[in-house]
Ligand binder design. Structure first.
Ligand code: ADP
Ligand code: MG
Length: 417
């Protein structure tokens, strides 16, 4: 091996672009995730994804969101409408913030075609972009309802080795199913279809519409999800996993709000502190039957640099007693933290311990204050760093464990905390 130091030099821009693109668009499902998250950020209520059989030749994501005002600018690297200053990173309400997904997708694709109409314009504009020509086509007007359609033609045309990867459709459908469950109670529907196939593999349109009509007449909203929202969520899960799942599903939720008063009034007394949280749990969940059997169930009040641990979650889980065929436990954990679909191995391990055997499902949506989560630690954002990771894991598993015990004791209500 040559031991003399090499010359350090800046990479040419096109190489930098290609490396970045490879990190962001690792698989077809990663491209779909970025496009769908853009559609959600744009306030869409209907998102339609269509893919060719091989998930490479064509992928399109159509939405009815706010539209893009400048297509050429949108596909440049580090151009975003979602972030202005560094502090915004710690109060993010959007999925996007780096302004590099569309730029990376263009770099990784033979041709990207975008059609978009903003609400204030009478016509849409369409434009094509490709990495080879370096030149975008001219934007031309066309007809379209407000919203955006992004179509990728020949994904990985510039990265031949990635074309050989096995079919990514299972990951695409799983991704969209997860979003469909989370967003159904908020009135957002998803369709996923293979091109040339008559029937979509996922279509939550009618369930979502039905729920909207119902919630027009119903006013109950005492928990994180109202009863009708729980119902619509269960229906979507049943559409995905089969109707036999419905009878084995239970719902639970918890709100633990770290408040200024906890810190000030309870500096030294641990018991008081726990009671204080206990009380706040009870009052935050007013109207919902709750059984807090002992204070150990309740998470500790923890403070780091003036931040007080807060966490709320809702969860649909299969009851431990539900019929199962397997001897060993296998847990399908679908986890959202602040609306982001993420993985968290230590949390999954703890939740697996709640079941003794069988095939189980937990759909878990956790919310923590935006300043307690760093979303910028992974190129595809599938991991996040939590300021209070241990506390979140303790809290969620303790509450879920109580919920399961209460179910065992025969509580009939679906809300068992
Ligand atoms: P980011 O989402 O991080 O801002 P992207 O490259 O994904 O970066 O998108 C760049 C910009 O293009 C976004 O900030 C947004 O203004 C616009 N955009 C992209 N997709 C859509 C869409 N479907 N609807 C409306 N605006 C979009
Ligand atoms: Mg984006």
């Amino acid at each position: 091996m040559n031991k003399s130091p090499g010359v350090i030099q800046l990479l040419p821009q096109d190489v930098i672009e290609r490396i970045k693109a490879g990190e962001v668009v690792q698989k077809p499902s990663a491209a779909v995730k970025e496009l769908v998250e853009n559609a959600l950020d744009a306030g869409s209520t209907e998102i339609i994804v269509q893919v060719s059989m091989d998930c490479l030749r064509e992928i399109s994501v159509q939405d009815n969101g706010c539209g893009i005002s400048d297509l050429t600018l949108a596909v440049q690297r580090h151009t975003t409408s979602k972030l202005q200053k560094v502090d915004d990173l710690f109060a993010l309400q959007s999925f996007g913030f780096r302004g590099e997904a569309l730029a990376s997708i263009v770099q990784a694709t033979g041709r990207v075609h975008i059609v978009s109409r903003t609400i204030d314009r009478p016509v849409a504009f369409q434009q094509s972009f490709s990495p080879a020509s370096k030149q975008a086509s001219k934007a031309t007007p066309c007809a379209r309802k407000p919203g955006t359609t992004v179509t990728l033609h020949d994904l990985f045309a510039t990265m031949k080795q990635r074309q050989k990867m096995t079919n990514d459709y299972p990951s695409i459908i799983q991704l969209l199913q997860s979003y469909a469950v989370l967003y159904a109670p908020r009135g957002i529907s998803f369709v996923c279809q293979k091109l040339k196939k008559a029937q979509p593999d996922l279509n939550t349109g009618s369930i979502v519409k039905q729920n909207q009509q119902l919630s027009d007449i119903s006013t109950e909203t005492h928990g994180l999800l109202s009863v009708s929202q729980q119902e619509v969520t269960k229906k979507v899960l049943a559409q995905i996993h089969g109707s036999q799942l419905l009878e084995s599903l239970a719902y639970c939720e918890s709100k633990l709000l770290g408040k200024e008063s906890h810190r000030k009034s309870n500096n030294n007394n641990t018991t008081d502190r726990l009671n204080d949280v206990n009380l706040s749990l009870l009052s935050d969940m007013a109207g919902i039957p709750m059984h807090v059997s002992n204070v150990e169930d309740v998470a500790r009040v923890v403070e780091v640099d003036g931040e007080i641990f807060s966490c709320q979650f809702w969860c649909l889980f299969t009851k431990p007693t539900s019929k199962h065929l397997q001897q060993r436990t296998s847990l399908n954990l679908i986890l959202f933290i602040n609306n982001r679909l993420v993985e968290c191995a230590p949390l999954k391990k703890r939740l697996e311990e709640l079941y003794s055997n069988g095939k189980h499902l937990i759909f878990l949506a956790i919310e923590v204050p935006p300043q307690q989560v760093d979303v910028n630690i992974h190129p595809t954002k599938k991991l996040v760093a939590l300021l209070f990771q241990e506390e979140v894991i303790d809290h969620v598993s303790a509450r879920l464990s109580t919920a399961m015990k209460n179910l065992d004791r025969g509580f009939t209500s679906s809300q068992v905390l």
